[in-house]
Design a protein around this ligand. Sequence first.
Ligand code: ADP
Ligand code: MG
Length: 398
Amino acid sequence: MPKQTIRDLELNGKKVLIRVDFNVPLKEGIITDENRIVEALPTIKYVLEKGGRAIVFSHLGRVKDESDKANNSLSVVAKRLEEHLNQKVVFIPETRGEKLEKAIHDLKNGEILMFENTRFEDLNGKKESKNDPELGKYWASLGDVFVNDAFGTAHRDAASNVGIASNIKHTVAGFLLEKEIKFIGGTLESPEHPFVAILGGAKVSDKIEVIKNLLNVADHVLIGGGMIFTFYKAMGLEIGKSLLEADKVDLAKELLELGKGKIILGDDVITGKAFEPETEKNCRSIEGIPSDELGLDIGPRTIQLFESYIQSARTVVWNGPLGVFEFPRFAEGTRSIAQSIADLKDRATTIIGGGDSAAAVIQFGLKDGFSHISTGGGASLEYLEGKVLPGIACVDDK
Ligand code: ADP
Ligand code: MG
């Protein structure tokens, strides 16, 4: 079902609640990656240009006790946002109360304020993350309309997304949420074929539902990363000291049966002697993995095989690095596959989901090589699993 977006709303003079995902990484009070701020700018700017009064909020980090407050204040983000917008951002260090209400009352058209980390409310009894009904109702009362643009938390049922949406007349998607819905949701719903899914990452257990769901919609499912070894074990191969989830071998057998003809596993791996960056590197056929070695990347024949599928694809969805890309010696598989997806350019819709996969392609300098790099880690995984995300479901249908 298509969702309403901010283009569908009259914003002039309206108090516009905007839930963004400003959960940025901080080191000693300094923002180390501001991608999430940059990604939220189009929505915020649009609201301001249309004469809306923007009330922006987000969660930030983990807030377990009072001592976490100092390190997780959104005030640094407000400063950074101010620089990006080149406009004053009024920061209210509260999540409710008179001071906040007065500041909202005083906002003029085209002005913006931000209030404090929504998770500070959790210290009053898990209110924000547990979608406390009173809290959602209170925040909803502060605005006229609600724009949800926080894809990163769309898989959670929180007071600051679902709670507000259930207590306000209009809930629409911001541009970022719209983009995630269009690319991930739209692709899963009606992909162009051939549709190639590439799955990697550490564990089968993290990706079972993703594999199952993509087997329903994709033509080919290529598997690499740490999880292939549980599949190789299921095929009766010896995998040395490679990552194994012994309790998932039967499940891997079932998946191989279910995905017969669709699941593509390579036939060579790059091994090391230990899980270390400088360990001795060898290329092994999967029939000949020595007992004292472990697989840390896919091999060159496998890369070639995977590339042959990618080259004719019209849709590619990729989740999970194909090797331990954090070790330069074992990054080749992930890098080559990233490059061959990027080489498709406009011939295919190409989507990257998953936090580490996104980090990998950014590290390789291929950030602009894909149709879409999802901004959500957990949220993009659950979306790829075919789940209905509460933060999307709560947006008004067209
Ligand atoms: P994403 O965040 O993209 O969903 P995951 O979190 O599932 O990806 O997995 C990423 C991790 O998988 C990376 O840190 C990478 O080092 C690891 N990995 C990939 N291949 C292997 C392997 N052969 N053995 C162990 N770990 C691996
Ligand atoms: Mg990860």
